[in-house]
Design a protein around this ligand. Structure first.
Ligand SMILES: [Fe+2]
Ligand SMILES: [Fe+2]
Length: 210
């Protein structure tokens, strides 16, 4: 195990039970609120998987681990990425929090022993989505937005809940188009998000918001 990963679990006895281990690790790093959010995302992802015929176990595990990299101190995200030899996009260098999706996938693999590429993919693009996403990618992306962990009610919530009744793609479009409309206010516009948005606009034959 990479020394940085070993240091993160130092003093913990992980059991192999993903929910219990995720809660233990996050709590040990003072991130109990993230553990609660992950529980909500796991529940919502399971519900969406049942609704759309995806694998509920994969959705649940991805939900539990999608934000597990919250254990990395914010000021050290770039340093961890360099030491793990992750490719760092310019947008991620500008807004290192954008690295957290792929850093969660690294920890899911190296600390939790997840080998399923479908689960690792869904964790690794849960913030931005990406081009040619799988159903599981879309489910975890949407579950993270529906199980919002910020203050108050997000402005897209009613529209998103209505869209998810129609299809995963309609729901993804709802959120991506909302984010695109306020891209000027973002610290950085991640190219995976841009690719997902343009691809879905073509697929659904929707106009891109100017
Ligand atoms: Fe996240
Ligand atoms: Fe999240």
């Amino acid at each position: 195990m990479h020394p940085l990963c070993a240091a993160l679990i130092d003093g913990l006895s992980l059991t192999g039970d993903v929910p219990g281990d995720a809660v233990a690790l996050l709590t040990a790093h003072g991130r109990a609120e993230t553990a609660a959010h992950c529980a909500n995302v796991a529940d919502e992802a399971s519900r969406l998987a049942a609704r759309f015929g995806a694998n509920g176990r994969q959705a649940e595990i991805a939900g539990w681990l999608h934000d597990i990299s919250a254990v990395i101190p914010a000021a050290q995200r770039l340093d961890y990425a360099r030491q793990w030899r992750l490719e760092i996009l310019p947008e991620e260098a500008a807004a290192p929090m954008l690295l957290h999706q792929r850093q969660s996938a690294v920890l899911a693999a190296k600390v939790f022993g997840v080998t399923d590429p479908a689960i690792l993919s869904a964790i690794g693009c849960h913030t931005t989505l990406k081009a040619a996403p799988s159903a599981l990618d879309k489910i975890v992306f949407l579950a993270d937005k529906i199980a919002w962990d910020g203050a108050g009610e997000p402005p897209y919530q009613d529209a998103l809940l209505a869209a998810v009744e129609a299809s995963l793609d309609e729901a993804c479009w709802c959120y991506l188009d909302y984010l695109w409309s306020r891209r000027a206010a973002l610290f950085a516009v991640h190219p995976w998000f841009v690719a997902a948005y343009h691809e879905l606009s073509d697929h659904l034959e929707r106009r891109i918001t100017p």
